[in-house]
Design a protein around this ligand. Structure first.
Ligand SMILES: Cc1cc2nc3c(=O)[nH]c(=O)nc-3n(C[C@H](O)[C@H](O)[C@H](O)COP(=O)(O)OP(=O)(O)OC[C@H]3O[C@@H](n4cnc5c(N)ncnc54)[C@H](O)[C@@H]3O)c2cc1C
Length: 500
């Protein structure tokens, strides 16, 4: 499809969750909106497409959730124990995991608008379900943990499909295989976007722009420049198109770098996973998230993290990085037959690679690590596992003493054969460094003044996440700030038009 010769009110750059939320919100406010997407239609949806659809929002109790969830009955609810997760809990989680560095105004906005935005998404047709991998069964009850009990129906694929259906209903035009490369400003106001399409450059006039085109996780060069040379080797878990174009474009018109440019979200991913997200095998199928139930060792058979420091939702985003620091960027997640039945679904997929053996020596040989070293590590660990009641639904405090690193919760002796080893490496999810925006999504210059007509959302928002992040906040941030950026753009366009 070629560019129509007309002035748009708003051009939204990107077609992931944040961008589509912006486009829909702006269209609802009456703007004439165009969406630009770098990838072809068959690869649409950005990182959002690859997600599990797990989405974190503040809620009071199971009744609040029931009003959001599709097709849930009283019968479904009766055996569920659902801890409350209020705004204070969400805010505290963000601050705790970012060591207090998250910008309070942005974090508060994300938290306070989360439930309202979930309702808005539902009104757009997005369906939500309980997230089964966030619960354990005990005495006939399903006990949820970790503040992340909800996911979108059919994960990221369902989310992107539904938002695109809504775009069609609203008549919002999308140009695929169209890469935005520059924002044209005159007298410090946005006037147009320059794009590359079919090998040609074109200028698309517009009154406002929302940049929602991801971080720089898919750029080897930028990862190396901002995060260190070891990051060249990271597997890219999602979109190949998020190469930092939006950040470059924004910085070129006076936006300022903001937040943790040397930090990112990185998870452990199957050692055999593809080097970038594979659209033919959609979904988050290569991750390996059940390590709190087991042990993790590197190729020297040494443990290097506290596997049970916290629930998976609060450690997984940083343990990928720890794996990158290991020799050959490789580690193994180890489980014995006591915990193997409790592992998440990704361990049962045909894509999961693993070795299995009846003795530690045999397992080590299959892992290609020194059997004596693995036996020593396991023995050292087994010797210091403390008594206590094992309960994976809570931080049970059943840990180790006197070893470094400790295992702080869920420590069981590793002694029930057969034993399993899953090889993993580091997969980068998205970068934390972005540009400075205010809590309404307006892009700010070095004097903290809005750049007239420029807005941003999603991974491009700097200052929210540092070092770590509470799982499920990426989609929520995209939806909250995407919607706000779309509404702010509408406000800006309507006010500018009224002045003329
Ligand atoms: C495997 C995986 C699993 C994940 N699981 C979860 C989860 O369960 N829950 C959660 O909250 N988060 C999850 N995340 C993180 C989440 O995907 C992101 O935080 C969020 O989706 C980012 O949304 P976005 O709209 O900012 O970016 P994206 O969804 O990546 O969209 C950016 C879009 O911009 C396009 N683009 C880039 N450059 C240009 C350009 N120059 N011109 C035009 N278009 C351009 C890209 O092609 C892409 O379509 C996961 C990520 C991955 C990779």
């Amino acid at each position: 499809m070629s560019v129509r010769h007309e002035d748009y009110d708003l051009v939204v750059v990107g077609a992931g969750n944040a961008a589509l939320s912006s486009a829909i919100a702006a269209k609802e406010e009456g703007l004439n909106v165009l969406v630009l997407e770098k990838g072809p239609k068959e690869k649409r949806g950005g990182n959002s497409f690859f997600t599990d659809g797990a989405i974190r929002f503040a809620y009071e109790d199971m009744n609040t959730l029931a009003s959001i969830l599709s097709g849930i009955t009283k019968d479904d609810i009766k055996d569920i124990e659902m801890p409350e997760y209020r705004s204070e809990d969400y805010y505290d989680d963000i601050m705790r995991l970012t060591q207090g560095k998250s910008e309070p105004a942005l974090a508060k906005q994300l938290v306070s608008k989360s439930l309202e935005t979930i309702s808005w998404m539902r009104d757009q047709g997005v369906e939500f379900q309980l997230n089964e991998n966030q619960r354990f069964e005990k005495d006939g009850k399903y006990i949820f943990w970790g503040g992340l009990p909800v996911k979108t129906k059919q994960k990221g694929i369902g989310l992107i499909e539904t938002l695109n259906q809504r775009m069609e209903v609203l008549g919002i035009e999308v140009l695929y295989s169209t890469r935005a490369i520059k924002i044209d400003t005159q007298e410090d106001r946005v006037k147009a976007v320059i794009v590359q399409q079919d090998g040609h450059e074109k200028r698309i006039p517009t009154k406002a722009v929302v940049l929602a085109c991801g971080g720089f996780e898919a750029s080897k060069e930028k990862r190396k420049k901002h995060m260190g040379s070891e990051w060249e080797n990271a597997v890219v878990r999602g979109s190949e198109y998020n190469t930092g174009d939006g950040l470059d474009m924004a910085l070129a018109v006076g936006a300022v770098p903001y937040g943790d440019w040397s930090g990112c979200h990185a998870h452990t991913t199957d050692y055999g996973s593809p080097r970038v997200g594979d659209y033919s095998k959609p979904g988050d199928i290569y991750k390996k998230s059940s390590y709190p139930l087991g042990l993790i060792v590197n190729i020297k058979a040494e443990r290097f993290v506290d596997e049970g420091a916290d629930f998976r939702n609060y450690t997984y985003a940083k343990y990928g990085k720890e794996t990158l620091k290991q020799p050959e960027q490789k580690a193994f997640q180890l489980f014995d037959s006591q915990v193997r039945p409790m592992l998440r679904e990704e361990y049962n997929l045909e894509e999961a690679t693993y070795v299995k053996a009846d003795t530690i020596t045999e397992l080590a040989k299959k892992m290609d690590v020194d059997p004596k070293a693995l036996e020593k590590t396991v023995m050292k660990y087994n010797d210091v596992v403390q008594e206590g009641t094992y309960n994976p639904s809570i931080k049970d405090g059943k840990g180790t003493t006197g070893i470094t690193p400790p295992k702080s919760n869920w420590a069981l002796k590793f002694d029930h054969p057969p034993f399993y080893a899953y090889p993993v490496t580091c997969g980068i999810t998205f970068t934390f460094g972005g540009i400075h925006v205010n809590n309404m999504g307006a892009v700010l210059d070095k004097n903290e003044n809005p750049i007239a007509g420029l807005f941003a959302a999603g991974e491009m928002v700097g200052g929210l996440f540092f070092d770590n992040y509470p799982g499920g906040s990426g989609l929520m941030s995209g939806a909250v700030f995407g919607r706000l950026a779309g509404c702010s753009a509408a406000d800006y366009v309507n006010k500018s038009t009224a002045k003329q």
